[in-house]
Design a protein around this ligand. Structure first.
Ligand SMILES: *Cc1c(COP(=O)(O)O)cnc(C)c1O
Length: 370
């Protein structure tokens, strides 16, 4: 008799493709007539771009964003021919021919990138599509206001470039009342007026919730598709996507005063029942969850005691009746009782980092179609 990978696994990561699809539809309906893209960079925030991409395509998504050209190359064969894959980190020197051969759309982030893409178009004797990113105040990527002016004064600089999108990115979209948002909106509109007419895009997940004047022609949600709350000041309008279950290896009873784990940083204040679970920081279960995170079983919180090790955590199973947990029992680490954002709060980080840290040792189970 053999067991399946998830029967044997120390931990199971379940990714609900139906929930991702529903989140995409929710965002699309919020956008009215504007196009809803799908951001699938960093392997779809750790959830598997080659599974998520085709599912979004089946829902009707045709505009995809990755960060690296290699991400575009591996996603290309998984998507319909009419899907566009934009490369947010733009056009690295020397990557121009590969980018064109892959059929990816570079996000041109500076004048040097514009010039190199135009040169390639001239060499190939055909026009090449590109998005142009302008910096509206984040000072991370995109043409500066000065470069936008120079480009406006030199229309030939875009010869052979088919501008399919003019875009920018918001620095503070998750803070709905931050005045930076409207300042960036104004800067983006000013830059747009100086550039060739093309569809425009400003909003990430949180930007979609700032109001219709942030929607333009296309929005670029990422995190919200995967269940992260795009409105941290209010209830999460998205459906949960990820469940992480860790398997108990063994349980033990320890007397009052016993120390637990590396550094013996936790000491049992009374006789305690403990379980050791097969998940650790090598799985992306962050070490900062030491003494702060928790596991859940049937709605009961089981605190992590002591430090997170590379391959294990130890939890206090005292809140459950004796015998409720034994070797092989699964406990929830991320799930309905404790979502991505709650785990992020425990760890002192954001849901994005929890997702993109999810490890490769988990047995991964995809539920939902496609
Ligand atoms: C990552 C990214 C997005 C998606 O942002 P979320 O907050 O995950 O929705 C959109 N646009 C750009 C330029 C990005 O870098």
């Amino acid at each position: 008799m053999t067991t399946s990978a998830s029967d044997r696994a120390g931990a199971i990561l379940t990714i609900d493709l139906d929930a991702i699809a529903e989140n995409w539809r929710r965002l699309r309906s919020r956008l009215g007539g504007a196009t809803c893209a799908g951001v699938v960079k960093a392997d779809a925030y750790g959830l598997g771009a080659t599974r998520v991409g085709p599912r979004l395509a089946a829902e009707g998504c045709r505009e995809f964003f990755v960060a690296h050209l290699d991400e575009a190359a591996s996603l290309r064969p998984c998507l319909p021919e009419d899907a566009r894959i934009h490369v947010l980190n733009g056009l690295m020197p020397g990557a121009e021919a590969d980018c064109a051969a892959i059929g990816a759309v570079p996000v041109l982030n500076g004048r040097d990138q514009v010039d190199r893409w135009r040169s390639l178009a001239a060499r190939l004797g055909r026009s090449l599509p590109a998005a142009i990113q302008v910096d509206s105040g984040m000072n991370r990527l995109g043409l500066s206001p000065r470069e936008v002016e120079d480009l406006a004064d030199d229309p030939a600089a875009l010869d052979g470039i088919e501008v399919t999108l003019v875009m920018s990115h918001l620095a503070c979209a998750d803070e709905k009342d931050n005045p930076v948002n409207v300042a960036q909106l104004a800067a983006f509109e000013a830059a747009r007026r100086r550039l060739p007419a093309a569809p425009a895009s400003l909003a990430n997940s949180s930007g979609i919730f700032l109001g219709t004047n942030f929607h333009f022609d296309l929005a670029r949600p990422g995190a919200s598709l995967y269940g992260v709350n795009p409105t941290p000041h209010a209830a999460n309008p998205m459906r949960g996507v990820v469940r992480l279950q860790g398997r108990v290896i063994q349980t033990r009873e320890v007397p009052s005063g016993s120390g637990v784990g590396y550094g013996l940083t936790w000491t049992a204040p009374a006789p305690a029942r403990l379980a050791t679970v097969s998940v650790g920081y090598a799985d992306g279960y962050l070490r900062s969850l030491s003494g702060r995170g928790s596991a859940w079983r049937d709605g009961t919180r089981l605190p992590i005691v002591g430090r997170v090790s590379m391959d294990t955590i130890t939890i206090d199973i005292g809140p459950l009746p004796e015998g409720a947990i034994g070797p092989g029992t699964l406990v929830d680490l991320i799930g309905p009782d404790h979502d991505i954002d709650a785990v992020a709060t425990d760890a002192g980080t954001i849901g994005y980092e929890i997702l993109t840290s999810l490890g490769t040792r988990y047995a991964r189970v995809y539920t939902g179609g496609a």
